[in-house]
Design a protein around this ligand. Structure first.
Ligand SMILES: Cc1cc2nc3c(=O)[nH]c(=O)nc-3n(C[C@H](O)[C@H](O)[C@H](O)COP(=O)(O)O)c2cc1C
Length: 393
């Protein structure tokens, strides 16, 4: 890895910002409206404290677990992100890194690489879908993912098309044609290392969505697919049950923020849920996921796997989430910044940072395994958790 190694995710983020064209970096950072949820997701982990011991600590610490039936070395899953143009190897580099560290990954239906290539690089791949298009097209995408060997389905439901950002949204072209390249040239030319990587790969950032290919084999552009999604009527719980029945295998519903929805998801027959607000990219001012986790884990943790994503930047954050009832977490921006900073090695670097941080926290807490963590291991300040108004009274 040489001098591309970084010691924390914050370093990877700084490197990503220096290395990527401005609009690509802005697309990674994302967030919506005032960014209140985006900030709270991370800040809330900082409000939680640890309650460490100093003697009788454990010489060996165990971090392996299972997620959606897959054996994984860490309670950390690579979250699906439909982000393109970060690195020429894209999701395949991410899959190789995840496989090298023994972790599972979610592949976005908006990803830039075909599911077949990604599963070949990491057999522990879950395919992610939104409720979009016709039922026929959803069945086609699921059949293709299953045939490719995807071992689970992630259905993401927390998206309400809230696009404005107080700090401005990047301009992203429909296609990288000559006109778009001319417009993007000044920012791309100011990032020679990023350009060189694409030049070496003899490719251009690809803005199509191969996993949403139509029956005639053509794939829509990112924005073409997005438009189709926007014009699809939102699903009912019966639709979710239909999806679950069509898929048949392990099924993760991503985007839960409330106990009543968590219960409905259980009734719909899901295997797992993720307490998630799409990394602060959906309805702004939705509280941090870690504030909502305890109530959801309490309510349904005995019936389905409860995961969490949003704001995880350190191994210590993972341990806090597990102590408060999560089985595992998913990470988004952390690995995207690693990918931008150093490709596959950068994603491995981020997973190593997570592993090291989990190990340190277990050592300090006197735990020999992630399965021993309890709420007693963290100091929760008064007023930390959040619930809808009818419950908070
Ligand atoms: C740039 C970007 C693109 C994303 N695209 C998707 C996607 O295509 N599908 C999905 O389920 N979630 C998507 N997400 C949400 C992530 O899977 C995850 O929920 C979120 O990033 C977690 O928060 P974190 O970035 O703070 O770790 C995206 C997030 C980001 C930042």
């Amino acid at each position: 890895m040489g001098n591309s190694w970084f010691e924390t995710v914050a370093h990877a983020q700084r490197r990503a910002r220096r290395r990527l064209p401005k609009s690509v970096y802005a697309a990674l950072l994302a967030g919506s409206e005032a960014g209140a949820t985006y900030r709270d997701n991370t800040a809330a982990f900082g409000e939680l404290g640890f309650a460490p011991h100093v003697a009788d600590l454990s010489g060996e610490r165990q971090t392996a677990t299972t997620v959606l039936g897959q054996d994984v070395a860490l309670p950390v899953v690579v979250s699906p992100t439909g982000v393109q143009a970060v690195h020429p190897d894209g999701e395949v580099a991410v899959a190789r890194a995840a496989a090298a560290r023994g972790v599972a990954m979610g592949l976005s239906s908006f990803a830039s690489k075909p599911v077949e290539e990604v599963v070949a690089a990491n057999p522990k791949t879950f395919f992610q879908m939104y409720w979009m298009g016709s039922k026929d097209s959803m069945v086609r995408a699921m059949d293709r993912a299953r045939a490719a060997g995807a071992v689970g389905l992630i259905v993401t439901l927390d998206w309400s098309f809230s696009h404005g950002r107080d700090w401005g949204s990047p301009w992203i072209p429909e296609q990288l044609d000559l006109r778009a390249m001319a417009k993007l040239a000044p920012q791309a030319l100011s990032r020679p290392a990023w350009l060189l990587e694409y030049a070496r790969a003899r490719s251009l950032p690809d803005l199509t969505t191969p996993n949403l290919a139509r029956s005639d084999g053509t794939a829509p552009t990112f924005f073409g697919a997005y438009g189709e999604w926007m014009s699809t009527p939102p699903p009912s719980w019966d639709d979710i049950r239909w999806l679950r029945d069509e898929w048949q295998g392990p099924f993760l519903l991503k985007g839960i923020s409330r106990v009543d929805d968590a219960r409905r998801a259980v009734d719909a027959g899901v295997t797992a849920i993720s307490v998630s607000n799409h990394g602060g990219n959906n309805l702004d001012t939705t509280p941090a996921t870690i504030r909502m986790l305890p109530a959801v884990a309490d309510a349904v943790g005995g019936e389905v796997e409860v995961l969490l994503d949003g704001g995880v930047r350190r191994g210590g954050d993972v341990v806090k989430a597990l102590a408060l009832g999560a089985r595992a977490v998913l990470i988004g921006r952390a690995y995207l910044w690693g990918l931008a900073a150093a490709g596959q090695a950068g994603v491995e670097n981020v997973l190593d940072i997570m592993a090291g941080g989990i190990d340190s926290a277990l050592l300090g807490l006197g735990r020999s395994s992630i399965h021993e963590l309890t709420p007693d291991d963290v100091v929760v300040p008064p007023g930390f958790t959040r619930a809808p108004a009818d419950r908070a009274r």
